[in-house]
Design a protein around this ligand. Structure first.
Ligand SMILES: Cc1cc2nc3c(=O)[nH]c(=O)nc-3n(C[C@H](O)[C@H](O)[C@H](O)COP(=O)(O)O)c2cc1C
Length: 581
């Protein structure tokens, strides 16, 4: 198969659209089987920008004097040969004034030698038949445009190509095209490029599917977020004066604030760029966000960060949680903002620009926008949610497993019944314990049973049966605590400590496991649980020798409750303490 890619962007190699076209060809390449097509895949690209193509003279010499040959001697002859050579022509171009860039239009005009002069008896109004056999040749249009949506923008392009190629061509029109050049937005734009790749694959197997075309039509970002990003991506304030880079960056972040995350209290986030000695304040209120250069009141949270670190995070060189873990930045004040960063800065809700509180700020409301990426803000901020790794996680975890959450009760319930019931009544208590182990998988069928849950069920079952078979409870009970403690302690030395499997539910799911601070917090907690239960057999043994022996289970079952409360507290306290440096 021979593909001719006509890159009509005056930006040549730097074209946004070219990224899409390359992805489309990659998709074709991935599925291309030489034996099916009995020829290799050959791709040739012409950059219109570099060609010497003169405008058509309108002399019709190519029809009457030298049929099929243009009288102008320039690069166009070569282009026509390439068009005739190709099985598939991909027209790759930006939308300019709701149409094609001028030089590409010139190239199209100069295709006249490919047509015969006669009138096509086309019921829709005319055209000229092709001089050559074009049957079997295919056409694809790939284009980006600058506005929020492609809808309506391409009407004249579509009308033109409908007449030029008939209705048999396929097209990908992508709005918000300038975002493809923004490194910080790579995650989102790469998602789109992956989709274009899918389109390429599908095209090879018969045509781009309706569902892929529908997805390709979805805007990269919601309208207001995109427009705010686009407006300030130019880096100038409302007077057209150049803004400081760190200020743009801060405004970019503020831009993504979602007012629906408002907790009832205004927040002041201080951004202290330590290496360039600049600081700004982001006000987050019920109705929107605003960046201030000075602020006299109480600051809620201060992030001390070299600007270079923000940039590294923004360009994916490092993710926010890892940077925090490596102490590349510190956080003072209320840490809950960092913990809930995604909720505050999800970039999905329009900012109400009418907040009267903002009237006296140095930058007007019209300048509330930034070219900052949702992903950047997310990755920088949330110490417990590593969004850069979303994709990786979703690829590695089945959809079904993702839907099910873990539940620590699957682990604890069996042990708790075992510790309480047999101490009260040996026989029936042991039976109840075995019964509970059998029941747990059914009771918790909506949850994911992990290795530690299954191991616990097996161990509790075995210990209960041993009691029924006459093993002395005075040894079995302390042994059970010891085994429990061993499981926790040993798990602390594995990559994922035991508590992490459960607490990840509150921190964005499996992706939390890729966050080093989350894992460390849980490792400490797991060791604490482990040590507690390694010590429990000691007092348990003595309680069992005393008159309070039948209360042993109740006494020891209070421990998980206290430890649970401690766990919840520690999960908040430790990252905050760590972040203070
Ligand atoms: C002269 C000019 C005219 C443009 N006209 C439009 C337009 O009518 N509609 C639109 O949505 N974008 C318009 N744009 C934006 C481009 O289509 C957009 O930036 C595109 O992504 C550039 O693609 P490229 O990098 O492949 O050249 C225009 C850009 C320029 C420079």
């Amino acid at each position: 198969m021979k593909i001719l890619l006509i890159n009509g962007s005056p930006k040549g190699e730097r074209s946004n659209t070219l990224k899409l076209s390359n992805a489309f060809i990659d998709g074709i390449r991935e599925n291309y089987d030489e034996s099916t097509y009995s020829s290799p895949l050959i791709v040739e690209r012409i950059d219109v920008k570099t060609l010497n193509i003169m405008p058509c003279l309108g002399c019709f010499a190519c029809w009457k004097n030298t049929p099929g040959k243009c009288c102008i001697k320039d690069d166009m002859q070569n282009v026509l040969e390439k068009i005739l050579w190709a099985d598939l022509v991909i027209w790759s171009f930006p939308l300019y004034y709701f149409s094609l860039p001028g030089k590409l239009k010139t190239l199209i005009d100069r295709q006249l030698p490919l047509n015969l002069p006669f009138m096509d008896r086309d019921p829709e109004g005319g055209g000229h038949p092709s001089r050559y056999d074009m049957a079997g040749k295919k056409t694809v249009l790939i284009s980006t445009c600058g506005f929020y949506t492609a809808k309506g923008n391409y009407d004249s392009v579509i009308a033109q190509f409908d007449r030029m190629c008939g209705k048999g061509y396929q097209s990908i029109f992508c709005a918000q095209g300038e975002l493809f050049r923004v490194d910080e937005l790579k995650k989102r734009t790469d998602e789109y490029l992956d989709l274009v790749k899918v389109a390429g694959r599908e095209f090879l197997s018969g045509g781009i599917s309706k569902s892929t075309l529908n997805k390709l039509e979805e805007p990269l970002y919601p309208k207001d977020v995109f427009e705010r990003m686009a407006d300030t991506s130019w880096g100038v304030d409302e007077k057209g004066e150049k803004m400081d880079e760190t200020l743009i960056f801060t405004k970019q972040m503020a831009n993504l604030y979602n007012p629906s995350s408002y907790t009832g209290k205004d927040i002041v986030l201080e951004m202290d760029y330590t290496d360039v000695n600049r600081r700004y304040f982001i006000l987050l209120t019920k109705s929107g966000s605003k960046v201030l250069e000075d602020f006299d009141g109480n600051v809620t949270t201060t992030v001390h960060t070299p600007y270079s670190v923000w940039l590294d995070i923004a360009t994916n060189k490092i993710d926010g949680p890892t940077a925090l873990f490596k102490r590349m930045y510190t956080v003072d004040g209320d840490f809950s903002l960092m913990m809930n960063w995604d909720k505050f800065f999800d970039g999905n809700t329009a900012v109400d620009k009418s907040d009267a509180n903002f009237d006296n700020t140095p930058y007007g409301d019209s300048n509330l926008s930034d070219n900052f990426s949702t992903k950047t803000a997310k990755t920088i901020g949330n110490v417990f949610e590593n969004n850069a790794l979303d994709e990786k996680t979703s690829n590695t975890t089945s959809a079904k497993n993702n839907a099910k959450k873990t539940n620590m009760l699957c682990l604890l319930l069996g042990w708790m019944i075992f510790w309480i019931a047999p101490s009260i009544d040996l026989k029936w208590g042991s039976f109840l314990s075995v019964f509970t182990c059998c029941l747990i998988p059914l009771l918790f069928s909506n949850y994911k049973l992990i290795f530690y849950d299954k191991l616990s069920l097996a161990l509790v079952g075995a210990l209960s049966v041993s009691l029924l078979l006459g093993a002395p409870i005075i040894y079995i009970m302390p042994l059970s605590y010891f085994i429990f403690g061993i499981i926790w302690t040993v798990s602390a030395f594995f990559k994922i400590p035991l508590t992490a499997h459960y607490s990840l539910n509150n921190y964005g799911g499996d992706k939390a496991l890729l966050n080093p601070l989350f894992v460390r917090t849980n490792r400490i907690l797991t060791i604490a649980w482990g040590v507690l239960y390694l010590l429990t057999p000691i007092w348990s043994y003595f309680i069992m020798l005393s008159s309070a022996s039948s209360f042993l289970g109740l006494i020891n079952s209070a421990l998980p409750i206290f430890m649970g409360i401690f766990t919840v507290w520690f999960q908040k306290w430790y990252p905050s303490k760590f972040a203070k440096g």
